[in-house]
Design a protein around this ligand. Structure first.
Ligand code: AMP
Ligand code: MG
Length: 485
């Protein structure tokens, strides 16, 4: 009996017309080996115990042998890349393998990234390397640990197949999981190619599959767009509050569900630098950290334009106008929680502004600052001051902050406990990802396993992994990540 007999699948995307996709079989890699299996996620999806079926999982998920229920396909989409429309996009190195239906009736896509060439590969080889695969695996799980909406990672495999980037590397595979792989760019493709019936069909399917709560509304498509705006606003606010720079916010990398999608040259801020450009091909800084809120709106406007056959202009504009207040609302709520300030008081705006100014002028480590503030019930305030180059400025800000804390109803212990629940101790800093990659390339997955423990529960203490909370060494500061992945 195959494990796939015990897993319920539903290849609903393959039932759409062929203009949505091309059926493509994965091109097998040679000597595929496990790099990681996400046991917790696998359990949620209803997979049997890994030990009982690891060989079958490896050969079927990697595309080396073909299990009966899969219908691998490359999705067709388009998108705005760095502000310019590109009609020629699609799954160029990933395939939607199938949709798994869990016991509770939820449907999740299994997508295999690095599966080989497709009709949408353009000049690419259809492959992914260990480096980029480990980064996506770890970061999607780190985001989930931080409760930021994200695609997930179920599995990761390496191989002996050579893949040529700046140097020769090894081909790798990622099994990505999400309720949907539909991007803003799916709508853009059907809109710009004038496929009117297909465009409406996609909207109907997105409503049915992902926004059923809108079906009863007077204007279901407009309600759906309102929700997409709201979820995108919340996602971007979470990025900003957590110091996450995505790096490639093209509309083909924007999920219709408002999940963080397609991990490339991302970075979590170490030293606070609002102008950080983590993508070293982003010469203009279009996707700099502090541009993300604005780009979120730009991308939603591109989506709005492509939805114009279905939604009145006035409704689209009204939804877009909500983005900024929603984003700011989510952001200030998050920052309040990070600082343990739950009530709204006069002067709070100035306290926040002066904090960001202090951090950027003194290159303060962003996550460490909040975590240390969260420990003020246990550590001396000098620990906070020592994080800031200008000690006098730090003292002044801290005195203002502590005075402000007194206006809250809770005790310092209660305040700090609640702050420790939102300010992580463990962050996927670029240097940690790099160390894990270096080992994984040598076949040693111990760093990946250790990181998975702390990143799944980043706000708790993990004494045996204290070293994973360390600040970056000199070589790991301001690392530039290549886009070639
Ligand atoms: P990304 O920058 O990963 O979002 O990819 C942008 C587009 O290029 C998508 O259509 C990808 O499928 C495609 N692409 C990226 N890398 C490769 C590759 N190595 N081979 C084929 N297509 C690729
Ligand atoms: Mg992409």
């Amino acid at each position: 009996m195959s494990i796939w007999d015990s897993i319920s699948v539903n290849n609903r995307f393959s039932e759409l017309p062929r203009s949505f996709y091309t059926p493509v079989q994965p091109t097998p890699l040679s000597n595929v080996q496990w790099l990681a299996w996400n046991k917790k996620l696998a359990l949620e999806l209803g997979f049997p115990e890994f030990e009982q079926c690891s060989e079958e999982l490896l050969s079927t998920l990697s595309g080396t042998s073909e299990p009966a229920p899969f219908f691998p396909l490359a999705m067709k989409y388009a998108g705005h890349q760095f502000g310019s429309y590109n009609p020629d996009l699609g799954d160029g190195r990933g395939l939607l393998l199938t949709q798994v239906v869990t016991k509770s009736g939820e449907t999740f896509d299994l997508h295999l990234k690095g599966a080989g060439k497709t009709p949408y590969s353009r000049m690419g080889d259809g492959r992914a390397v260990i480096r980029s695969t480990v980064r996506e695996y770890l970061c999607s799980e780190a985001m989930a640990g931080l409760k930021i909406p994200t695609t997930r990672a179920l599995a990761m495999m390496s191989s002996d197949t050579p893949v040529y980037r700046e140097k020769q590397e090894k081909g790798a595979l990622l099994v990505r999981v999400s309720e949907s792989h539909i991007r803003f760019g799916h709508f853009e493709h059907l809109f710009y190619t004038n496929q009117i019936a297909e465009h409406k069909l996609l909207a109907d399917k997105v409503l049915e599959w992902h926004f059923p709560e809108c079906l009863e509304d007077e204007k279901p498509y407009a309600s759906m767009f309102n929700l997409i705006v709201d979820r995108t606003a919340e996602m971007v606010a979470l990025w900003q509050a957590n110091g996450f720079a995505h790096g490639v916010m093209n509309t083909d990398n924007m999920s219709i569900l408002g999940q963080t999608f397609d991990y490339g040259p991302f970075a979590f801020l170490d030293e606070y630098d609002p102008r950080l450009i983590c993508n070293h091909s982003d010469y203009q800084g279009r996707y700099a950290f502090n541009q993300q809120p604005r780009i979120g709106l730009w991308n939603l406007s591109a989506l709005a334009h492509s939805l114009s056959p279905l939604i009145d202009k006035a409704d689209l504009e009204a939804a877009l106008e909500q983005y900024e207040p929603q984003m700011n609302g989510y952001f200030s709520q998050l920052m309040r929680r990070k600082l343990g300030l739950l009530s709204k008081q006069e002067g709070d705006g100035r306290l926040f502004e002066s904090m960001f100014e202090l951090m950027s002028q003194n290159r303060v480590d962003y996550p460490r600052f909040f975590r240390t503030l969260s420990n003020l019930d246990m550590v001396d305030s000098q620990e906070v001051i020592d994080l800031v180059l200008d000690r006098e400025a730090a003292k002044m800000w801290l005195a203002n902050y502590l005075q402000r804390c007194e206006l809250e109803d809770n005790s310092p212990q209660e305040r700090c406990e609640s702050m420790r629940e939102i300010n992580p101790k463990y962050i996927l800093r670029n240097y940690l990802a790099q160390l894990a990659i270096d080992k994984a390339e040598q076949g040693d997955t111990s760093d990946i396993e250790a990181l998975m423990v702390v990143l799944a529960d980043p706000c708790s203490e993990h004494p045996e992994y204290e070293y994973l909370a360390a600040l970056p060494p000199e070589w790991g500061k301001g690392m530039e990540i290549s886009c070639s992945s």
